[in-house]
Ligand binder design. Structure first.
Ligand SMILES: Nc1ncnc2c1ncn2[C@@H]1O[C@H](COP(=O)(O)OP(=O)(O)O)[C@@H](O)[C@H]1O
Ligand SMILES: Cc1ncc(C[n+]2csc(CCOP(=O)(O)OP(=O)(O)O)c2C)c(N)n1
Ligand SMILES: [Mg+2]
Ligand SMILES: [Mg+2]
Ligand SMILES: [Mg+2]
Length: 350
């Protein structure tokens, strides 16, 4: 049997198991395949949004890359970001933890300090969860319920030829932060102290305390100008591919338009890394990637401005077989953009 990547596995396990008719009768407006499911039954005016994301020690963080409170904050923030990517408001969270011996009650209490800090910031009520022991590594899994005005949720599938592709913030900072934090973790003594001194707070913060774009999602949903939307967890390239495949369009991304922050460029050039690679394939940015009609671009920028939200147009949507292309800044030549990013089971693994 051919090996399957993360998304192939999800399809193998779930595709065709329940009929569209059964799902519709159950009130499911949109099931598996987007940032959150859309479910009716929240009154006539609104719909429920439901999503889940998990963080695991060694996969999503190490003791050296994240403090306890950072883990709690980010576990909830990653879920808030998926509600933002539908244009909704986060409301209720269920928090399940599998706790190994090294995570004693006080460490877990600090994790919950960060989790509640995030809950407070985004108006989320923590209403339950589950607790078990674990043999070795900590697992934090959050289920988040949100709401959105009926019919206003923004799907990955709404991109149309002629639209602009946008980002609500720069990307690559979290991946650079992780790179720096891993180097610190691997170093010892004086080298470790020196690397820690050089660590840019902005990069570390981007990795440890991501800022989900709820406000941007709300503006996109309430104006109706957000045609398609995705949050950037696995990387810009991977999320762009998801929009292209869900919408049946091609996305053309342009190197000359990709926002690269000064901190990212400085870190990349000082460490033999390519800033654009980090920005395209790094992931865990939790900004929004979406498409908007060109005729609405200027108005959208005006609506974002007073909120301090940037609108970076990074390319456009074209007709053609689903895919993503990359236009080089120097030559203007296009090439296919690899469907590469964070994948829990890279192809080739069993
Ligand atoms: N084990 C699973 N069983 C059923 N659905 C799943 C499973 N894992 C992921 N999904 C669904 O597959 C889709 C893609 O998941 P994922 O890539 O994690 O989304 P995101 O990056 O927005 O968190 C989502 O709709 C998610 O709810
Ligand atoms: C120790 C460590 N190694 C690697 C990473 C990088 N990383 C782990 S998961 C991930 C992608 C996002 O997580 P995922 O579970 O795929 O969330 P989802 O796409 O479902 O929102 C990235 C970039 C990390 N944060 N920490
Ligand atoms: Mg998502
Ligand atoms: Mg997920
Ligand atoms: Mg992922």
């Amino acid at each position: 049997m051919p090996s399957l990547d993360e998304f192939g596995r999800i399809r193998l396990w779930t595709a065709g198991r329940q009929t569209a008719d059964f799902l519709t009768r159950s009130g499911v407006e949109l099931g598996i395949g987007d940032d959150a499911a859309i479910v009716s039954g929240c009154g006539a005016e609104r719909e429920w949004l439901v999503t889940a994301d998990t963080m695991i020690e060694q996969v999503h963080f190490l003791d050296e890359t994240m403090g306890e409170a950072d883990v709690g904050f980010k576990a909830l923030a990653a879920n808030v970001s998926d509600i933002a990517a539908m244009g909704g408001e986060p409301k209720f969270a269920l928090v399940s933890v599998c706790v190994p011996p090294a995570w004693d009650a006080q460490r877990m209490r600090r994790l919950y300090d960060g989790l509640y800090e995030c809950a407070e910031r985004y108006g989320v009520a923590v209403i339950g969860g589950d607790t078990t022991s674990a043999p070795q590594h900590l697992v934090v899994s959050v289920t988040l319920i949100g709401t959105v005005e009926a019919g206003r949720a923004i799907r990955r599938s709404g991109a149309k030829p002629g639209q602009s592709v946008f980002l609500t913030g720069p990307t690559g900072l979290s991946a650079a932060g992780l790179h720096a934090l891993r180097r610190i973790a691997a170093a010892e003594g004086a080298e470790r102290a020196a690397l820690t001194d050089w660590l840019s707070p902005r990069l570390a913060q981007a990795h440890r305390r991501p800022v989900p774009s709820v406000k941007a999602g709300r503006i996109l949903a309430l104006t109706g100008w957000g045609a398609s939307l995705n949050d950037v967890s696995d990387g810009v390239a991977s999320e762009a591919w998801e929009i292209a495949e869900a919408s049946g369009v091609r996305l053309l991304l342009k190197e000359k338009l990709l926002p690269l922050s000064g901190e990212l460029s400085a870190y990349a050039s000082g460490n033999g890394l390519d800033a654009a690679d980090l920005a395209l394939f790094g992931g865990e940015d939790y900004v929004l990637l979406g498409t908007v009609d060109k005729s609405r671009e200027a108005q959208l920028r005006e609506r974002f401005r007073p909120e301090g939200i940037p609108l970076f147009v990074i390319g456009e949507v074209e007709e053609g077989p689903p895919g993503v292309e990359w236009e080089a800044a120097d030559t203007g030549l296009r090439k296919p953009l690899a469907k590469q990013g964070y994948n829990h089971f890279a192809e080739g693994a069993m």
